[in-house]
Design a protein around this ligand. Structure first.
Ligand SMILES: Nc1ncnc2c1ncn2[C@@H]1O[C@H](COP(=O)(O)OP(=O)(O)O)[C@@H](O)[C@H]1O
Ligand SMILES: [Mg+2]
Length: 316
């Protein structure tokens, strides 16, 4: 239903999104999880046709979002990060206006306004000025406009950000209800939110996909490990056996071929441990030449930590 092929977006020299590819099947709810600045909003703007990619291709319901933008958009409902609401309009006037600019026939607009007000539980506020609404209710108006033209795909950019806890619960429930008959991508920087809403999660970090999995598998990986890359001149079997027996080490994977002169391995260790000093002294004390020893960058666990910390900050 949604397909991204090698999508890249650069702002000047800055790579906001790099070579992202994935598919979302009809009826699926996909979570797009990543810390602030990860590239979630940029990717969503590209999917909805609001911004062209620097390279790569996106189709929604089979239509290219750049070359067949108008047709593609008929299939897409978009809740942007900041909804451009016209605060001097009433909820009804605003929805009518959105229907008109989308070219919906007048009768259909009228009946759909009734439907979306019902679905988004806005009955009490349909004649209120948007300026009078709380952030949570404005967000519901944002969702109402997104579903007004009955799109089959919904792109929701951080739908629960900045709204009060009761509204967060109701908004999540509303999204769950919509999930039944829509294909949905919902972005969030809140880890528990994806578990509640999504069947599959893509974790994006610094513009790249770092993991794709079911939420429950991601939680398992959360208990996972820290990875260290080690290169040395050492007897392969003996070295892997000794390193495997170290206290914090959970696994060793040999990377170099068996006949290679230099032994290259990945050492997985308990998350949060720093086994580098112990690894170094083990290698050196055996009289092996240590050639490389380094942590392989940010682990999934560190990214998770980042994500869960943002939730704490927000609810603090
Ligand atoms: N219009 C723009 N011009 C330059 N840089 C941008 C622009 N929009 C986003 N960025 C940068 O691209 C990166 C990804 O941003 P964004 O997609 O908004 O991330 P997220 O939604 O995950 O927080 C950030 O570093 C951001 O500063
Ligand atoms: Mg964003």
């Amino acid at each position: 239903m949604i397909e991204l092929e090698n999508v890249t977006k650069n702002f000047g020299d800055f790579p906001a999104v790099t070579d992202i590819s994935f598919r979302v099947e009809p009826g699926e709810v996909l979570g797009f999880l990543g810390p602030n600045g990860a590239g979630k909003t940029t990717t969503m703007k590209i999917i909805t046709g609001y911004m062209p990619p620097s390279s790569g291709r996106v189709t929604v319901a089979g239509f290219d979002v750049v070359s067949e933008s108008l047709t593609a958009r008929r299939h897409i409902g978009y809740l942007p990060e900041t909804v451009p609401l016209y605060t001097d309009m009433t909820v009804e006037e605003y929805l009518g206006f959105m229907g008109t600019i989308r070219g919906m026939p007048r009768d259909r607009i009228r009946s759909r306004i009734g439907d979306v007000i019902d679905v988004c539980r806005l009955e009490e506020y349909q004649s209120s000025h948007i300026s009078k609404l709380s952030k949570g209710f404005r967000q519901r108006v944002g969702i109402a406009q997104a579903i007004l033209h009955e799109p089959d795909v919904l792109i929701l950019d951080e739908p629960t950000i900045g709204i009060d806890p009761i509204q967060v619960v109701e908004t999540r429930q509303l999204i769950k209800n919509l999930a039944g008959d829509h294909t949905v991508i919902v972005s969030t920087h809140i880890l528990p939110e994806v578990s509640m809403l999504c069947q599959r999660v893509i974790i994006i970090h610094e513009g790249e996909i770092v993991a794709v999995d079911a939420p429950e598998n991601l939680s398992t990986r959360l208990r996972g490990s820290e990875r260290i890359e080690l290169e040395m001149r050492a007897p392969r079997d003996e070295a892997t056996r000794i390193i495997e027996s170290l206290e914090d080490v959970t696994g060793v994977t040999a990377v170099s071929p068996r006949e290679a002169e230099v032994l290259s391995i990945y050492v997985d260790a308990v998350a949060g441990s720093d086994t580098r000093a112990e690894l170094a002294s083990t290698v050196v004390s055996r009289g092996w030449d240590l050639l490389t020893l380094r942590s392989t960058g940010m682990t999934l666990e560190e990214i998770f930590l980042n994500l869960t910390m943002s939730e704490d900050l927000e609810t603090a």
